[in-house]
Design a binder for this molecule. Structure first.
Ligand code: GLN
Length: 340
């Protein structure tokens, strides 16, 4: 049986409680030097280890205590979720080496390292991707963005044999481009990121998934390298991005998992979160085919601001619509290049 890995939306991924507030940040620093529970002298089972670490995480204020211990221990037992580990394996004694590994990996979670970085992989739609700090960990909302792009691209292509091309700005681990490539065999993708770590990880994930022949990844910054990028891409069918879109003022109150471990450049969108978004929209019509579309994941405060800004500042690009995420928040913007 296959079990899907998810961490709850209501914790680190949820916009509503993502910002922990100054109090939490201070309490985090105050409690930064946490120690692991003593390694048991005798032998213990996986179930006992799960219980020890769940309780320890709870006592130390580590979020998603139970899920954290379950994902880490399942991973060390060669499974994705604890539910998919045979009951017998959970009730037999762990070897000394396995127990040391449990203590080593679970101790990392005490520093609030995200589970995804500890186990070095995570699922995104139907893909398992390698994860490595500080490359941005894809969020559930971005799975919805991919779904939306897939549906729209499929409905817009008259026949499924037509070759389509996609450009992704800020690819991180490669999640968006690789998912699109996996579902659309006729698609070719180009992806860029300003971080060499992200470029390396995207390439590694493409290779692991056997999608490297249809993905080219470039180490480029959409603002600093605009001229070079314009020289490289034209006539793409779709431009997709989950850009850095947080308002700078909100950065200081992010959860420790995000603030301490993820690349701030992949999150901080400047004063009103629009710095990279505006640059993408300024360049968009030069990249796109006639009627080609831009698909963006944004902050729920952004869609009306983006619509107004495009209408006032960008020729040749029309705002098509805003779509909500699963929680009902305006989250995705679709724009289209006018036919010239
Ligand atoms: N949604 C992300 C978060 O919750 C931010 C994504 C981004 O800036 N691209 O932290």
């Amino acid at each position: 049986m296959w079990w899907r890995r998810t961490l709850s939306r209501s914790c680190r991924w949820c916009l509503g409680c993502r910002h922990s507030g100054a109090k939490r940040i201070w309490s985090f620093h105050y409690r930064a030097l946490r120690s692991a529970p003593a390694v048991p002298a005798g032998r213990i089972t996986a179930l006992q280890a799960l219980d020890i670490w769940k309780r320890h995480f709870e006592e130390e204020g580590v979020t998603e205590a139970e899920q954290s211990s379950q994902y880490i221990i399942a991973h060390l037992l060669g499974a994705k979720t604890i539910e998919s580990v045979e009951r017998q394996r959970l009730t037999e004694f762990l070897s000394k080496e396995k127990m040391e590994e449990v203590w080593q990996l679970c101790s990392r979670r005490l520093s609030r390292m995200p589970v995804q970085y500890i186990i070095e992989e995570w699922d995104f739609r139907d893909l398992t991707l390698k994860m490595r700090p500080p490359v941005f960990i894809p969020r559930p909302e971005t799975e919805e963005l991919v779904e939306l792009v897939l549906t729209d691209l499929k409905s817009r292509s008259a026949d499924t044999e037509t070759r389509q091309t996609c450009l992704e700005v800020g690819c991180g681990s490669g999640a968006i481009s690789l998912s699109l490539l996996k579902s659309l065999p006729q698609l070719e993708a180009f992806a860029l990121d300003r971080s060499q770590d992200a470029v390396d990880l995207s390439r590694e994930n493409a290779l692991r998934l056997g999608l490297q022949d249809r993905l080219r990844v470039y180490h480029m910054d959409v603002i600093k390298d605009a001229e070079r990028i314009l020289g490289l891409f034209s006539s793409v069918s779709a431009l997709v991005s989950n850009p850095p879109y947080l308002f700078s003022e909100d950065m200081a109150s992010l959860e420790p998992e995000i603030f301490r471990f993820e690349d701030h450049a992949a999150l901080d969108g400047g004063e009103n979160g629009l710095t990279v978004i505006r640059q993408i929209l300024t360049l968009a019509s030069d990249f796109l085919l006639n009627s080609g579309r831009v698909y963006l994941e944004v902050d729920p405060r952004h869609p009306p601001l983006i619509q107004r800004w495009v209408e006032e500042n960008v020729e040749g690009l029309q705002y098509v619509e805003t779509q909500n995420d699963i929680s009902g928040r305006p989250r995705f913007c679709i724009l289209q290049k006018a036919v010239t």
